[in-house]
Design a protein around this ligand. Structure first.
Ligand code: CA
Length: 752
């Protein structure tokens, strides 16, 4: 007989806090054709500099982890904000057994989701081919790995620094590996490198390195296209601990980060600290768990909303905050944040940050100011430098919303200079930064569709909103009326694209005539990842003005209604293929309403302006019940750096920032019986909606601090002071509540 002693491992992590509800695998069952989030399990701290993910896809594949695959080829440090933008500075670690393995296909091991545990602060996987487990737990810039090998089998670890320029050096006398990865997807200067250091707790019994996959035994150093190394630990089995740090600044700074963040801390200490950190930030919003599925979805969404913007700064040996400038290639003072597309995240992610996490929001504004200092522009798509993607000049919305939310401690006057500059210039290389077509726009009041500028109507509508943001920001800063006048006027530029014949927004030529032919179901062309039906509602700052253009509330409501019941027909000819966003609209059974992409995400809330708030309540519930789940296929399209999650978080609270910077949130209906928001400064927001359910989805009445409340919005200032909001829910719409014009939220046409 032959016995092995049984080691009883700690049970699945139970912290007792909200992080226990988070499922990092949500959104990972995605493909090029159809996105259910296009996410990887992001194992990191909130706003961490580095994310870590198991890797099932080939090196460089944007779909780095796909739920339906069976083999895992590494554990990867990643900075990827989206598969469409891809990664930079990635490298991976992979334990193997029996023989050294370089090739990423050959070293891959079978694994199962039953042998996997994914927490935001911890990841563990059983690698079946090697009878080994891999665990990792992250800090802001480092991670602690624990690889547990079978006794009697030769244990190895492959370190893959990726191709397109990398370096690895093995230092056996120090039980250390150092190196760098310089692979990137653009948006960096030539000297870009991610320097890493790995400190092992065991000596190496074997070492080899390769440029590519042809390992050379005892080779300690390789610098070339694709640096790769394998180290061995013999047959004694058991756990090998590896402390991994990195830096975008230097190899020395990687050591500083490693010693500061990991030092000699144990795996369990780091894991506990990570869980505490997540609970601290997630715990700002408490929801009941009367419906466990909803609670899981809520915190899985809130987790996604706390990952980006990514911290891109480090603390040097003297304790100064510094960052590698992805614009200049130099080391600069202060904070920087990156990896977000403003076109997506200006809508709800930044407003969530500014309301619930204002101290973080202020630091991000410091980063915005540094981006302007170093590159001459604010970000529109950053990863890590400016990237040519999407449209709009919506950095103005982020800057204005931050300042009007009361965030301070950064150079707001410099940001004023930045938004004015960005409204009247375009980046010489990165055309989506600044305002493409600003000269046409300033002359005509719109970007014409026949001037060689694509997606001109989307640009016009967003620039008009951005001008309103600039106007509000300037007013708050006390800028002169003469400085503000052009922005106040241009805020109404959306009117130039309204076509009375179709009742929709439409492309317009330089001579003033409308684009012909016009198919409002055609995606792209003068619009961006949407059609005329989607984009016609992109008047965030003046829904009342839009209502008047359309011909009054009745027409407006009928137009809104028809969005949800029209068959999901489409014309994809602009893209020459059915892009996944189109397919997602087609398959969700929501008519033309395309919740899977950003242009639609505020539309449901517009009934608050047109006297039918119960339709907002109806549709918000439909979307929350039908289009969000805490499962691997849990999103109805790209998640997009927290934006689609922030929609759910706000909507679950019962309100949504249709117009960031207006200081008002349009009401929906809470998704929980009890919500508590703990704001900095000891202010608490209590939201009650006893008995809400799929059936009891309608708002009968609302009490604000005990008094009847007939508005269809809640003011930011009221939330910031702390309040009690009580919703009386009903299974029937109350068609008398919230119908008066004075109940409607902010519109520029009604403002002073
Ligand atoms: Ca999107």
């Amino acid at each position: 007989m032959y016995f092995l002693s049984l080691v009883i491992n700690a049970p699945a992590r139970i912290t007792g806090g909200p992080v226990d509800y988070v499922n990092p695998l949500v959104g990972t069952l995605s493909s090029f054709e159809l996105s259910t989030g296009n996410l990887y399990p992001d194992i990191s701290l909130p706003w961490g500099m580095n994310s870590w993910s198991p890797q099932t896809g080939k090196n460089g594949d944007g779909w780095m982890y796909t739920y339906t695959t069976h083999k895992l080829r590494g554990l990867k440090q990643t900075h990827q904000p989206s598969p469409w933008i891809n990664d930079y500075g990635a490298f991976s670690l992979m334990p193997t057994a029996d023989r050294p393995q370089a090739d990423e296909e050959k070293r891959a091991s079978w694994f199962s989701h039953f042998g996997e545990e994914a927490r935001p602060y911890y990841y563990k996987v059983y690698l079946a081919d090697y009878n080994a487990t891999a665990e990792l737990t992250p800090t802001m810039r480092c991670a602690l790995f624990r690889f547990t090998y079978q006794k009697g089998r030769e244990a190895y670890l492959t370190v893959d620094a990726y191709d397109k320029g990398s370096y690895i050096k093995i230092i056996p006398e120090e039980r250390k590996i150092v190196g760098y990865s310089s692979r990137n997807s653009g948006g960096v200067p030539k000297n870009f490198r991610n320097y890493f250091v790995m400190q092992f707790d065991r000596p190496f019994t074997y070492l080899a390195a390769a440029d590519g996959t042809a390992l050379e035994d005892n080779k300690t150093s390789v610098e070339g296209n694709h640096a790769l190394a394998v180290v061995g630990f013999g047959q004694t089995g058991g756990a090998v601990t590896v402390r991994v740090g990195s830096s975008f600044i230097s190899a020395e700074q990687a050591e500083v980060n490693l010693s500061r963040e990991l030092g000699s801390r144990t795996f369990d200490d780091v894991m506990q600290a990570g869980a505490d950190e997540w609970n601290r930030w997630l715990g700002r919003i408490e929801v009941d768990n009367n419906h466990l599925d909803h609670t899981r979805t809520f915190y899985s969404c809130l987790y996604r909303a706390l990952l980006f913007p990514r911290s891109f700064f480090e603390e040097d040996a003297q304790g100064h905050l510094v960052h590698y400038s992805p614009f200049k290639g130099t080391v600069e003072q202060g904070r920087l944040y990156t990896d977000f597309g403003v076109w997506d995240v200006f809508r709800a992610l930044f407003p969530l940050l500014h309301l619930v996490y204002p101290e973080m929001g202020a630091q991000v504004q410091e980063g915005f100011a540094n981006m302007y200092r170093e590159s001459g522009f604010l970000p529109e798509w950053a990863s890590p430098g400016h990237r040519n993607c999407m449209v709009g000049n919506n950095s103005a919305s982020v800057v204005a919303d931050a300042y009007l939310a009361g965030l301070r401690g950064y150079d707001a006057n410099l940001l004023w200079e930045a938004v004015i500059h960005g409204a009247n210039a375009v980046h010489p290389q990165v055309k989506s930064t600044g305002r493409l077509g600003f000269d046409h726009y300033n002359r005509l009041g719109y970007v014409p569709c026949d001037a060689g500028i694509n997606e001109s109507a989307a640009r016009t509508l967003e620039y008009a909103y951005d001008d309103w943001c600039i106007y509000q920001f300037g007013r708050a800063l006390g800028r002169s009326e003469s400085e503000l006048a052009p922005y106040r006027q241009h805020a109404m530029n959306y009117r130039h694209l309204f076509d009375r014949e179709t009742g929709l927004m439409r492309g317009r030529r330089q001579d003033g005539s409308f684009q012909t032919p016009y198919n409002p179901l055609k995606w792209g062309d003068v619009f961006t990842e949407g059609n005329g039906w989607h984009y016609s509602w992109s008047v965030f700052h003046d829904p009342e003005g839009l209502i008047r253009l359309m011909g009054g509330r009745d027409v407006f409501n009928r137009m809104l209604d028809s969005l949800f019941v029209q068959s999901p027909d489409f014309d994809e000819s602009y893209y020459r293929a059915v892009i996944h966003e189109i397919r997602e609209m087609q398959v969700m059974n929501f008519g033309q309403y395309a919740h899977g992409n950003q242009p639609a995400q505020h539309i449901i809330y517009l009934y608050n302006w047109s006297g039918q708030p119960w339709k907002t309540q109806y549709w918000v519930r439909e979307v929350m019940d039908r289009l969000y789940r805490a499962t691997p296929d849990g999103y109805c399209g790209d998640e997009d750096n927290g934006q689609t999650s922030a929609w759910y978080v706000f909507s679950a609270l019962g309100f949504y920032p249709v117009c960031p910077a207006s200081g008002e949130y349009a009401l929906g209906a809470p998704y929980f019986d009890n919500v508590r928001i703990h704001l900095p400064g000891g202010k608490h927001v209590n939201i009650e909606a006893k008995g809400q359910s799929g059936r009891y989805r309608y708002v009968n009445s609302i009490k604000l601090n005990g008094k009847n409340y007939d508005k269809n919005y809640i003011r930011r200032s009221d939330l910031q002071h702390g309040l009690n909001l009580r919703f009386d829910m009903s299974d029937q719409p109350n068609i008398r509540r919230g119908t008066a014009p004075k109940s409607a939220p902010y519109s520029f046409s009604n403002a002073d």
